[in-house]
Design a protein. Structure first.
Lengths: 250, 102
């Protein structure tokens, strides 16, 4: 149940989410995987939307060169662990917010433990190796995975629902080279905001999700496009082959 | 009559490019191709017309950069017949390098 104070806090969004919806968010737990440009925007918006638990995972420390876009950090924070600092900065947004910092590298070995108790995973990583690990964990746990990535003025978002939609490998079968891409807080803000909007809709079961689609943002031309991505029957991760294997296991 | 039969049928397809590829061509174009044209041949046509695309799509040895997404009606040609995928009339071909940063 929402307290009278919580009802007052969310009075401007319950007309669209409903009190029931707000309560669902209060009971929902989200893993923000990465506390960089996307992750800081996502963590903040999750807290303000009213998610009950926000777990933030990142293994890096804050550097001066992060401060053009990683909006939860300030100059005195240089050298601190990102996840610790991000958690500290979003605390107190709601009276019930439970925050958890995970200061470790996400690996195949620890990802299931890291995602335990989570209702959704939001991708704020800077590399596809870890994105695939997280997407596999989401599939294993049967929870949505909201993919997001940026490159300078450009960005992309896709939502994957295990067993129902194209998976991350159907959408990006071959990752781009792992390099430090240009990054702008305006772009991470836009992409992170769209990812949180998707997360809210997933939890509340409302609207139309970016499933079987890839949203492409082009800030340079101020254009947004959504392209269809057909789930692949032969995809070993989400397609017929996997379904056959699952059925064989039963 | 013989000549007509030998002449390949022409068809139109839509090509959409995104992100960095926009520097070299319009976001959406109608391209006329001959029937039986493959994805690889279409890319060569595009790079001939827009030479800047060449480095974005192919490496120094002329091999397609694997990470460039080429979707034929929403299906990545990687899962079809790769560069040998036949392009058909009214196909929508989307080409873009995925973003990777966070």
């Amino acid at each position: 149940m929402l307290t009278p104070e919580e009802k007052e806090q969310f009075i401007r969004q319950t007309p669209i989410l409903g009190e029931d919806g707000q309560e669902k968010l209060k009971n929902a737990a989200v893993l923000v995987a990465g506390a960089g440009g996307l992750g800081t925007a996502i963590a903040l918006h999750c807290a303000f939307a009213g998610f009950g638990t926000v777990r933030i995972a990142d293994c890096d420390r804050i550097e001066r060169s992060n401060l053009n876009r990683q909006t939860l950090y300030r100059l005195p924070d240089i050298g601190r662990m990102k996840a610790d600092m991000a958690v500290e900065r979003i605390q107190g947004v709601t009276p019930y917010l439970c925050t958890e910092a995970v200061n470790t590298v996400i690996t195949v070995e620890n990802v299931l433990q890291m995602t335990a108790g989570m209702d959704i995973i939001i991708d704020a990583m800077d590399n596809y190796d870890t994105r695939y690990i997280l997407a596999d964990a989401a599939e294993e746990r049967g929870i949505p995975f909201i993919h997001g990535a940026i490159d300078g003025f450009y960005g992309q978002v896709a939502t994957t629902i295990p067993g129902q939609s194209a998976c991350l490998r159907c959408i990006v079968p071959h990752p781009p080279p792992r390099t430090k891409v240009p990054a702008l807080s305006a772009t991470t803000g836009i992409i992170g905001s769209i990812q949180v909007t998707e997360a809210i809709k997933c939890i509340l079961g409302m609207g139309t999700l970016l499933t079987d689609k890839l949203l492409l943002w082009d800030g340079l031309h101020c254009e947004m496009d959504t392209i269809e991505v057909t789930p692949l029957k032969e995809c070993p991760h989400c397609g017929e082959c996997r379904k056959m294997k699952t059925e064989q296991k039963k | 009559m013989q000549e007509d039969e030998n002449r390949a049928e022409k068809m139109k397809v839509t090509v959409k490019v995104f992100a960095t590829l926009r520097r070299f061509m319009e976001k959406e174009s109608q391209v006329t191709i001959e029937s039986g044209t493959t994805a690889g041949e279409l890319l060569l046509m595009l790079t001939k017309e827009h030479p800047g695309l060449n480095n974005e799509l192919f490496d120094e040895t002329g091999v397609l950069r694997e990470y460039v997404n080429i979707l034929k009606n929403g299906r990545n040609i990687h899962f079809l017949n790769k560069l040998e995928t036949i392009i058909e009339e009214n196909d929508l071909i989307a080409i873009f390098p995925p973003s990777g940063g966070g």
